[in-house]
Ligand binder design. Structure first.
Ligand code: PLP
Length: 444
């Protein structure tokens, strides 16, 4: 039977077929009608090294086929070994081992399970709970959606979700604590302590946070003292700290690891997206020495196993991506270019009252759009301002992502996420900002 829209694919939006992309090169994508798009989103913040790198496919064809597949339950292979070592070379000093997965949700789900087993290994059987933050996203599986504070994606599945307490996000622009105290007192970090105490410290295993928020309130960079306070609280109550760097990690913030900006060592770090840069489904969970030691002195075995963990072709591609990142200085390139992007966005804010705040680090920049800048009043959700801006820009050949607000209750509103490939040039950044300028004029 021919489907209504002529495609056999179950698209996320079934009301019509999305553009059929036939070619990608650098920061550009081209569809079947010959339309070119400047990919200012790096396609969901994935394609760090840019589209269409032939050398990856050439290398895969030349040597990548030597080992098709080995099961990680009992075997390993050189590319997994080398990629793990290469990642650890750049990671915070306390990281000791890497567990590979295919996607970020799997990495975060693995992290929660690892945290649980870490405490079981020590006889602390009551410790199993995870705490996370509102305005965060950790994945789509039931456990990781339970962690996520992305309300609009949670609502339908609410009866299936695990009970995860969510604490206040470090969202200074709309912080109820700051409003009352006239400045940041890190009360949002202390909300973690309050929640651990309410839940019972003997029951709490792990706290999840994106060091810099990606897909919800895009580009949210917490106060300089925030993660140190989080670390202290986690240490005080024997709670593991997971830094979810699936989006903000691996170069996007202008450093290999975003958490380094706070000089704090998490217990687990998850990576994804730019790690495979879209050339392979690849993500990872980095495990600290403290955790590894507990396993070594305990059962010696992580009770977990994904069929596709450390998949040879994915690790091979990951190594090639890593080589390119090092060779072209892409781990830090986003720092300078992020500065260029941010100053152009701030310039734009000078001309558009609708821009409430520009925030972000490196090539992860976010904009919050407001109906009234002075009072920070958001637009009514029904006006769908972000959606209109994103569509207008796409019609003009520039892709940026819509941030997903916490909920459609009107308290926090419209967010745009600009996160281009790390290879973008200053000139291409100007094209994005000009398209944004035009789109903002169209919605006012
Ligand atoms: N964590 C963060 C911070 C993300 O942004 C995402 C995806 O956008 C995920 C986890 C989930 O990763 P995946 O979609 O690869 O499962």
């Amino acid at each position: 039977m021919t489907p209504r829209n002529g495609s056999a694919v179950f698209y996320r939006d079934l009301t019509g077929a999305p553009p059929l992309i036939l070619h990608g090169e650098g920061v550009y994508l081209e569809d079947a009608d010959g339309r070119r798009y400047l990919d200012g989103s790096a396609s969901a913040s994935v394609v760090g090294i840019g589209h269409g790198r032939r050398e990856i496919w050439d290398a895969l064809a030349a040597e990548g086929g030597r080992v098709t597949f080995v099961y990680s339950g009992g075997f390993t292979h050189p590319w997994q070994e080398r990629l793990a070592a290469a990642i650890l070379d750049l990671a915070p000093a306390n990281m000791a081992a890497v567990y590979f997965t295919s996607g970020g949700s799997e990495a975060n789900e693995s992290a929660w399970k690892l945290a649980r087993q870490y405490f079981v290994e020590q006889g602390k059987h009551q410790k199993y709970k995870a705490i996370a933050r509102w305005q965060s996203y950790h994945g789509v599986t039931l456990a990781t959606l339970s962690l996520s504070g992305r309300t609009s994606w949670r609502q339908i599945y609410a009866p299936l979700l695990l009970p995860v307490p969510h604490v206040a996000p470090p969202y200074e622009y709309r912080c109820a604590f700051c409003e009352r105290s006239g400045g940041c007192t890190l009360a949002c970090a202390d909300d973690l302590e309050r929640t651990i105490l309410l839940e019972g410290p003997d029951t709490v295993a792990v706290f999840f946070a994106e060091p810099i928020v990606g897909t919800t309130v895009a580009g949210l960079v917490p106060h300089s003292g925030y993660y140190r306070r989080i670390r202290e609280i986690c240490d005080r109550y024997d709670v593991l700290f997971v830094a979810d760097e699936v989006l903000c990690g691996y170069g996007r913030s202008g450093a290999p690891f975003a958490i380094a900006g706070w000089d704090v060592e998490p217990d687990i770090i998850t990576l994804g997206k730019a790690l495979g840069s879209g050339y392979a489904p690849l993500a990872a969970m980095l495990v600290s020495d403290k955790i590894r030691q507990v396993f070594l002195e305990g059962s010696g075995r992580f009770v977990h196993g994904l069929t596709y963990s450390g998949t040879p072709s994915a690790c091979f591609v990951g190594l090639k991506v890593h080589e390119i990142m090092l060779r072209e200085g892409l781990f830090t390139r986003a720092k300078g270019l992020g500065g260029v992007l941010k100053s152009k966005l701030l310039e734009l804010a000078g001309r558009h009252e609708i821009i409430g705040e520009v925030r972000g680090r490196g090539l992860l920049q976010g904009i919050e759009l407001v109906a009234d800048r002075k009072s920070r009043r958001p637009f009514p959700p029904g006006e769908r301002v972000t959606e209109r801006v994103v569509r207008h820009m796409r019609d003009n050949g520039v892709i940026v992502a819509a941030g997903v607000p916490l909920a459609n209750f009107g308290r926090d509103g419209d967010h745009l996420q600009i996160s281009p490939p790390f290879i973008i040039t200053g000139q291409e950044i100007s094209i994005i900002v000009e398209a944004l300028d035009d789109a903002l004029r169209s919605v006012q």
